[in-house]
Design a protein around this ligand. Structure first.
Ligand code: BES
Ligand code: ZN
Length: 469
């Protein structure tokens, strides 16, 4: 229920907007469900037609709610740009609202309770790949804008939605597109809902995200898989070598052993560490939540610091040899690993990729060859300045929408384009994640809570007047 005592002057015309949101709740869920049926996986080539279908679906939806909408073709996936109708008036603020219609791959498919692209509602949550990351989150904003437009309530800001199809693979095309069209996207700020808050009773503004960079490493041994009985022992095994190389990427204290990796890392301030210490997770609860017997990490840092504010190097995938049924006695010809680093200010993604590759080359024995292929595009970390006035406005909007005090949190995920909003457009980004930690993003059984979807639209309703104030 809206908290009447908090809604001050200027919110009276929001009554119609909120009533519209309420009245159309069921249809909004049906529309989300329809959107979620499209398997817009950007990492897999076979889904290219689905990606295009998905861009067309969301463009059509934007048009239907009254936005001037265009699909921009790129060498990769299309970018959908949708603008609110022009309103007369001087000095109106212009905000970009960014989201992504592409989703992560679904594997391991066998662990899904219901099929990833057959949206199913259970226990107040809608289960489907992309529900929380990110279709439900930007659709919630579109629902709010629809409510303004359809009730004839004046939107206090001009909005441009920028919805792309390559976020999960690093936003390379959107980067080029924005660099080429800086003028068109000149704005006073950016709003991105593509993350989470601690709970619906603890709404939060995310003040920082980590950056990301990917490296794919291949160790090549014999020119073909060999009989391990005939040749094993005399020929080095690429899988063993790669595992040894990977093991050498961290020291015993959990620090990354790549020379130069930590150069330029801005140390955590005392104030920052104090803030991060307010984290609601105890190490035990966190271990239980993710299903490990015990946490392990970098010595000298709390789990909350490690998962949000320290750089990491992770193995995301590791492949070699025979994966099929039964056994096969071979020395495999090659072994491959997909690596990514999470980055913090002021680490530079391409410099870090270079350091990791150089280190792997250095430790690779002469019995095999090492090669690299690029995984995905990445980007640097982002922190909103503590003095940013729009952050205060966003916190007020959160409190009004969720009827609970709002806080500031730092998250460990990455949204590669956010740092470009700053460097190319000069705009700060308000990160207002509408999801929850239990949404299983990138995991089997991804879900968005319907209450979170509803409240997200309410946030969309309260946000624009607060930002314009
Ligand atoms: N929604 C996430 C980003 C995110 C995750 C924000 C967790 C806050 C908390 C986004 O869709 C994502 O997954 N981004 C990728 C980017 C990568 C492929 C460059 C990520 O973080 O892995
Ligand atoms: Zn994601």
């Amino acid at each position: 229920m809206p908290n009447k005592t908090r809604t001050g002057k200027g919110d009276s015309n929001l009554a119609a907007v909120n009533a519209y949101l309420k009245k159309n709740e069921a249809r909004f869920v049906r529309e989300l469900s329809e959107y979620l049926e499209i398997p817009s996986v950007s990492a897999q080539r076979e889904h290219r037609p689905d990606i295009r279908r998905c861009a067309a679906w969301i463009a059509k939806h934007c048009r239907s709610i009254g936005l001037a909408t265009k699909i921009y073709e790129t060498p990769g996936n299309p970018i959908v740009v949708a603008r609110t109708p022009p309103v007369k008036g001087k000095g109106r603020l212009h905000y970009l609202v960014y989201g992504h219609y592409d989703v992560q791959p679904t594997d391991p498919l066998g662990l899904w309770v219901s099929a990833p692209f057959k949206p199913a509602i259970r226990g107040g949550r809608i289960y489907a790949r992309g529900s929380s990351d990110n279709k439900g989150q930007h659709l919630a904003h579109l629902n709010a804008v629809e409510a303004y437009l359809k009730t004839g309530t004046e939107l206090p800001c001009d909005l441009t939605f920028v919805l792309e199809g390559e976020e999960e693979v690093g936003s390379a095309r959107l980067t080029e597109f924005l660099l080429k069209n800086r003028k068109k996207f000149r704005c006073d700020g950016v709003v991105v809902s593509d993350g989470s808050m601690p709970s619906l009773a603890k709404p939060a503004l995310t003040y920082g995200l980590r950056g990301n960079v990917a490296v794919e490493v291949i160790v090549r041994g014999p020119s073909r898989d060999l009989h391990s009985g005939s040749f094993g022992g005399a020929v080095d095994n690429p899988a063993t070598v790669l595992c040894r190389m990977i093991a050498a990427l961290h020291d015993r204290d959990g620090r990354i052993a790549v020379p130069g990796f930590y150069r330029g890392v801005v140390p955590l301030s005392k104030a920052e560490r104090r803030r991060l210490a307010q984290d609601p997770w105890t190490p035990k609860a966190l271990a239980k939540f993710v299903g490990v017997p015990q946490l392990k990490g970098e010595k000298g840092y709390t789990p909350e610091e490690q998962r949000t504010s320290r750089p990491t190097l992770e193995v995301n995938g590791l492949t070699s040899g025979y994966q099929g049924e039964g056994g096969k006695t071979i020395v495999p010809a090659w072994a491959r690993a997909k690596l990514t680093c999470r980055l913090v200010p002021d680490q530079d993604p391409s410099r870090i990729a270079g350091l990791v590759k150089a280190h792997l080359k250095r430790i690779c024995p002469p019995t095999v060859r090492v090669e690299f292929s690029k995984g995905h595009h990445g980007g640097p970390a982002y922190l909103i300045p503590v003095t940013e006035p729009s952050a205060k406005a966003a916190l007020r909007a959160l409190e009004k929408a969720y009827c609970h005090p709002a806080s500031m949190v730092r998250e460990g995920g990455s949204i590669p384009i956010v740092s470009l909003f700053k460097s190319a457009l000069g705009a700060e980004t308000l990160l207002l994640g509408l999801g929850l930690p239990s949404d299983n993003t990138h995991s089997p059984n991804e879900a968005m809570s319907l209450a979170g979807y509803r409240l997200g639209a309410r946030l969309g309703a309260f946000l624009w007047p607060e930002l314009a104030r």
